[in-house]
Write a new protein. Structure first.
Length: 271
């Protein structure tokens, strides 16, 4: 049975993600422009990233004023309730800027430092994924009702379909390309969607066997990591560590371990 607090947090996260997703889908201006850049000139923030984060934080703080926030576009507050919201209002900004459909709103709730709720809304897919710690992972979409998510049975690694992403700093992405080139002959193939949150949910839903990326922040993976784990996937960073900026890895049991070992051997976490 779901803890009443966790149920409250899930309902609020789902409402906020749905509202932000609708704003992003329906309110995208024809002349969408870059508001600012972050790590490099191609790592962009649009006016819609900022508007979506404000919508989410205003809605949540209006209901739960004592909670803390960590948001990609600057929302930061410690809070006093023991609950902190980790928010990526638009994961896949460059896709969104170009009119590509793979982007998502990612909202996680932490309680005393542990992620207990995750919601990822992918409006252009018409799908929303959610999980509560210990209660499984679920999705709504074109099908009727909620569907329980389960990662794929693990194939041999040379038959595994794995996704990754690339950093916006030129030197880092050059090294990531070298790692991917070494991995490709050992896998079925590599995909690159442009949204870490969507990739993690695709591991959860059996659309991918594995996923890895260097350089993610907490808001990129917090919700998707919980959804993947609750769907039976394994997640982590470097061997024995949790997902971090050095490395995030997710995969079906049987794919996760050999993929993680290869990434360690190939030095995927450093230049």
């Amino acid at each position: 049975m779901t803890d009443p607090l966790h149920r409250e947090l899930l309902d609020l996260a789902a409402e906020a993600a749905g509202s932000a997703g609708a704003l992003l889908r329906d309110g995208r201006p024809a002349g969408l422009s870059v508001a600012r850049t972050k790590s490099s000139p191609i790592d962009v923030v649009t006016e819609m990233d900022i508007a979506a984060e404000k919508l989410i934080t205003d809605l949540i703080s209006g209901r739960r004023p004592d909670d803390g926030f960590l948001g990609e576009e600057g929302a930061s507050a410690p809070g006093t309730s023991g609950v902190r919201w980790v928010i990526d209002p638009l994961d896949g900004t460059v896709n969104y800027l170009y009119g590509l459909p793979t982007w998502a709103v990612s909202i996680a709730a932490e309680q005393d430092g542990e992620t207990v709720v995750g919601v990822v809304a992918a409006p252009m897919r018409g799908e929303t994924y959610h999980a509560v710690r210990g209660a499984g992972a679920w999705a709504t979409g074109a099908w009727e009702g909620e569907r329980a998510l389960a990662c794929r049975p693990a194939p041999p690694l040379d038959q595994a379909l794995v996704s990754t992403g690339f950093n916006y700093v030129a030197g880092v992405r050059a090294h990531q390309a070298e790692v991917a080139a070494r991995l490709i002959p050992l896998l079925r193939d590599i995909r690159r969607s442009g949204s870490a949150a969507v990739d993690l949910c695709d591991v959860a839903g059996g659309r991918l066997d594995g996923y890895y990326e260097r350089g993610l922040h907490a808001w990129d993976h917090a919700a998707g990591d919980l959804i993947a784990r609750e769907a039976g996937a394994l997640t982590g960073g470097r061997p024995g560590e949790r997902p971090s900026g050095e490395l995030t890895v997710a995969g079906s049991p049987g794919v996760f371990e050999p993929l993680q070992r290869l990434l360690e051997d190939f030095g995927a976490w450093h230049d």
